[in-house]
Design a protein around this ligand. Structure first.
Ligand code: KG4
Ligand code: ZN
Length: 351
């Protein structure tokens, strides 16, 4: 029987809020699997990180990432099923990330997920990784309802997205060059911190003086856009100049000053978008939303402005499959199924 015919009798199961979705994520350097219900309850979430291996090279090596996903996928999937107390026969649908990300890495998880769906004749849904990040807040805050403004901050993206009724997404602004996470990672590298730079830079910054150095932030035509390459270059130049003069690098002060400026830029453009849209709710998501300084600064700003702030639980900030399962559940509920021909799209846009 053809796949599409074989899944027809299974579709009615998706009306049950307790129906379980197996979700798989492999877009970068985490191999992740989760079991999430149609009601977005996370029954299990397993993440196998490759950071220790990539740290040797100072960044993600795409071919190594793909190969490590291949090895880890069977394990994370069986662990996710086991922790949820389920077997393949208890799963009602499969969700898998199909972009954006590293093409080889995406293909491993996508093919694995499609293979399970095909073998078990289960409905399949391809999920946009960035949309997955947006859904992290819906897992952490079941009361979050559109319309709201979403600041998506990760290693590859810095976007301001308006989320409206039926999860209709409109991109209001985005980085014109580096993503904020990328800038954290590059500055961390200059400061001699190991990969992944973001969390290590935050730790170092905690001991520094954020007012030690002042950097000029660019003025952009669209106030809801971002740009981080100038800030990154200013930090690099500062470090090089001090090194050339034989001065010891005040690493913690540089880290704290960079972090404060980066967060100021994020909140400045976010403020512009809040004013432009009149939104009264702000959600922040993506790996950089793990940053404590950003979380505290956003909370303070939102309190002043009477904006309701939503932040994901820390385990849902960086890459995971639970968010892919939640986005998949929403899409399946709205009849958005994917066929077996779905491919990986490394530069997939958010809309
Ligand atoms: O969402 P994510 O896990 O992967 C992508 O979709 O890119 O985000 C990873 C990014 C990396 O650049 C990492 O350095 C950054 O998020 N990150 C942080 C922190 N934790 C992760 N940046 C600043 N502070 C953190 N605590
Ligand atoms: Zn991500």
């Amino acid at each position: 029987m053809r796949y599409l015919e074989a899944i027809q009798p299974k579709l009615s199961r998706l009306a049950d809020g307790n129906a379980a979705i197996l979700a798989i994520e492999s877009s970068c350097d985490e191999t992740a699997a989760a079991v999430v219900t149609m009601d977005m309850q996370v029954l299990s979430s397993v993440i196998a990180s490759q950071v220790d291996t990539h740290a040797i090279y100072g960044g993600v090596v795409p071919e190594i990432a793909s190969r490590m996903h291949m090895e880890a996928l069977p394990h994370v999937v069986s662990q996710a099923l086991e922790q949820a107390g389920m077997g393949f026969d208890d799963i009602a649908a499969v969700a898998g990330t199909y972009g954006p990300g590293l093409v080889g890495a995406l293909l491993t998880g996508l093919c694995y997920a499609k293979g399970i769906a095909y073998a078990k004749s289960l409905p399949f849904v391809g999920v946009n990784h960035m949309v997955g990040h947006i859904f992290a807040n819906h897992i952490s805050h079941p009361d979050l309802q559109p319309p709201y403004l979403c600041l998506l901050v990760s290693g590859g993206h810095t976007h301001l997205v308006l989320v409206e009724e039926n999860m209709r997404l409109t991109v209001l602004g985005k980085s014109q060059d580096d993503a904020v996470g990328e800038a954290f990672d590059k500055v961390a590298r200059i400061l001699g911190l190991p990969y992944p730079g973001g969390p290590n830079l935050e730790r170092l910054a905690a001991a520094g003086n954020a007012a030690a150095f002042s950097f000029t932030l660019p003025k952009l035509q669209n106030q809801m856009d971002f740009s981080f390459s100038g800030l990154k270059t200013a930090v690099v130049n500062l470090a090089h100049t001090m090194e050339q003069k034989g001065q010891p690098l005040p690493r913690a002060d540089i880290a704290a000053s960079f972090q404060a400026h980066a967060v100021e830029f994020l909140l400045y453009s976010t403020q512009a978008a809040l004013e432009y849209t009149g939104a009264t709710q702000l959600a922040i998501c993506g790996g950089v939303s793990a940053n404590g300084y950003l979380r505290a600064a956003a909370a303070q700003r939102c309190e002043q402005e009477n904006i309701r702030l939503f932040l994901p639980d820390s385990l849902l900030t960086t890459d995971n499959a639970a968010m892919i399962g939640a986005a998949g559940a929403y899409q399946l509920k709205h009849g958005q199924l994917s066929g077996m021909e779905i491919n990986a799209y490394p530069s997939l846009n958010i809309v």
